[in-house]
Design a protein around this ligand. Structure first.
Ligand SMILES: [Zn+2]
Length: 592
């Protein structure tokens, strides 16, 4: 996988760029950059840390977490076997290494991802470790530096993997609020859920020379569009040209650039505060709290707890008989009510608002003000359609960056006007297209996720049909998350998961079962708070009755939120998404 295709012990390695045979020690002295062609070979996290931090300054942060297999995932191999193999081959506990250190004398907290470990995938443990690193930065009032390398979410942890995008993003938001610098360094490759969260919603985004970053991968885009991709697509220089990164940096200059940025921002902070920055404020209390957390985490997490029936999920029994794959087909049924249908049947007086104010109006996202039982709300949802013409006109409900930015504008507007936000989620995922990537799809999703974690107004999300990965989450970080009985919510489509892990798209029904993407499953995992039952003929069989039930559920969940002060809403929302970092949280949700 790495550009250095041979093993450490060997003296020689072949450059992935120019195929030169290089003496390994010389290559290492050159920071693993080919002296012949400048190709930047991928680095493991320990080597990356060695290159970036001041010698002797590094203090590793604990990577002790309980074993996690939150959804008992099995493809051709059980997930724990894959974890064991990754640990053996890398010597790491997880796909990220976290530490505090100084860089040019400036204290920082760092989280460095390692692509060798299950493709740097973002699982619950990775999310938890990065979140803790961000919290450490907040406690110590020091900048956070993230070095990303990831293929995206960790499919084997299903929607819980998706939740990590929100968990880490809200930790970034807390640093933003505290005026502490966050920097991400994109290294090759950075994709999917990592690209669409903490890789791009930091204050500064640096791309290492040769790094590629995007939400959708080139293979997927090529398959979907059937077109050749532009030269240099998603490379660091492409990202710079399209305004998505602050700079492209050669590896040998990376440390120096970080020092300069840390020095500049530290000077600003000191000037603001009127005195030089002081180190940690409450070292003891924070350490004690972490110790408590660790003690709680050390308790074994039985897989049975994660799938135990939840007493709050009243519909579990009626849907248990339906196979997950049948539910997927139901969720995609062309006659299933759309957001505009619900705006007509559940809400009154919808006034649609258009445009992102940056040059686009995405038809796959509709939004505007409406009334729900006489109360004014901001409604934002994905719009599919019933006919082929409608679906094409709406891009099958796949939002472009303009769509996400329109949603962001309306969310912020709602908060300013004191309107609660209701989102209706029904999308196969974000738009897998060339222009979507050019226009910064990953950053657009990342900003929505971050903004929703701190939006000072009630947010109620409903997964009405398909909740497809980051594109869905961009509208679904909410105080309460409801899900229609035959909707699905998943980190990846069953077809996509099957193609990667089985690897055969015809295994999609098995993948659908393994991913735990149905409403009762997600209710048990705590990803969803309540299942809204559908008529026995399903939503498309009786849209009027479905609308009636949805309206009742919306009111029952929204009215209590209206009495909660905004600051407390945000605090509770943060707690809701913070708990997904650990299996402990899963258990708590499971036995709730
Ligand atoms: Zn080379």
């Amino acid at each position: 996988m790495t550009a250095i295709a041979r093993r450490e012990e060997q003296l020689w390695s072949r450059c992935a760029g120019c195929a030169s045979l290089l003496y390994r020690k010389r290559l290492r002295r050159n920071l693993d950059v080919c002296p012949e062609c400048g190709e930047h070979a991928r680095l493991g996290a320990p080597e990356r840390l060695r290159q970036l931090v001041d010698p002797g300054s590094m203090r590793p942060l604990s990577d002790l977490l309980p074993e996690a297999d939150p959804i008992d995932f099995v493809d051709v191999l059980p997930y724990p076997h894959r974890l064991t193999a990754a640990r053996a081959s890398t010597g790491l506990a997880e796909a990220v290494v976290c530490a505090t250190a100084t860089i040019g004398g400036h204290p920082v907290a760092l989280a460095v991802m390692d692509f060798r470990f299950l493709g740097g995938s973002l699982g619950c443990a990775v999310g938890e470790l990065i979140t803790r690193t961000a919290e450490r930065a907040l406690d110590d009032r020091i900048p956070l530096v993230l070095v990303t390398a990831s293929g995206g979410a960790r499919m084997q942890e299903g929607a819980l993997s998706l939740m990590q995008m929100a968990t880490v993003s809200q930790a970034i938001a807390a640093l933003r609020e505290a005026g502490l610098l966050t920097v991400s360094v994109l290294t090759d490759p950075t994709y999917g859920g990592v690209a669409a969260s903490f890789a791009t919603n930091t204050d500064l985004v640096l791309a290492e020379s040769g790094a590629r970053m995007g939400f959708a991968g080139p293979r997927v885009i090529r398959q979907v569009t059937g077109r050749a991709l532009p030269e240099g697509f998603q490379t660091a220089d492409f990202l710079l040209r399209h305004g998505q990164v602050d700079m492209v940096v050669q590896r040998r200059s990376l440390r120096g650039r970080l020092v300069a940025l840390l020095a500049a921002t530290r000077a600003g902070r000191a000037a603001r505060a009127g005195h030089p920055p002081v180190p940690r404020q409450e070292p003891a209390s924070r350490r004690e709290r972490l110790a408590d957390d660790d003690a709680a985490l050390a308790r074994p997490a039985g897989p049975a707890a994660a799938v135990a029936p939840s007493p709050t999920s009243g519909v579990g029994q009626t849907t248990a008989v339906r196979d997950a794959w049948d539910t997927v087909r139901m969720a995609r049924h062309p006659a299933r009510p759309t957001t505009l249908d619900y705006l007509d049947s559940v809400f009154d007086g919808f006034v649609e608002l258009h445009g992102d104010r940056l040059g686009g109006d995405c038809p796959a996202i509709v939004g505007g003000v409406a009334r729900l039982a006489g109360r004014h709300v901001m409604v934002i949802g994905h719009q599919k359609g019933h006919t082929t013409a409608e679906l094409v006109a709406r891009n099958f409900g796949m939002a472009s960056p303009a769509g996400h930015r329109k949603a962001l504008r309306l969310m912020r507007l709602a908060a300013r006007l004191g309107l609660p936000v209701v989102t209706l989620v029904d999308t196969p995922g974000a738009d897998p297209g060339v222009s979507a990537e050019e226009q910064g799809q990953a950053a657009a999703i990342a900003e929505n996720i971050l903004t929703l974690t701190v939006l000072p107004t009630p947010v109620l999300a409903v997964i009405t049909g398909e909740g497809g990965s980051g594109g869905a989450l961009a509208l679904a970080v909410a105080d309460r998350v409801l899900m229609l009985e035959n909707a699905v919510y998943s980190v990846i489509s069953p077809e996509g998961c099957a193609a990667i892990l089985w690897p055969d798209r015809s295994a999609a029904p098995q993948a659908a079962r393994a991913l735990r993407l149905t409403a009762p499953d997600l209710c048990r995992l705590g990803v969803v708070d309540e299942v809204v039952s559908e008529p026995s003929v399903a939503a498309h069989g009786d849209p009027a009755e479905t609308a009636h039930r949805l309206r009742a559920a919306l009111l029952a969940n929204l009215l209590p939120l209206l009495d909660v002060p905004p600051a407390m809403l945000v605090r509770l929302r943060r707690q809701r998404f913070r708990r997904f970092g650990t299996t402990r949280g899963v258990n708590r949700a499971g036995v709730r």
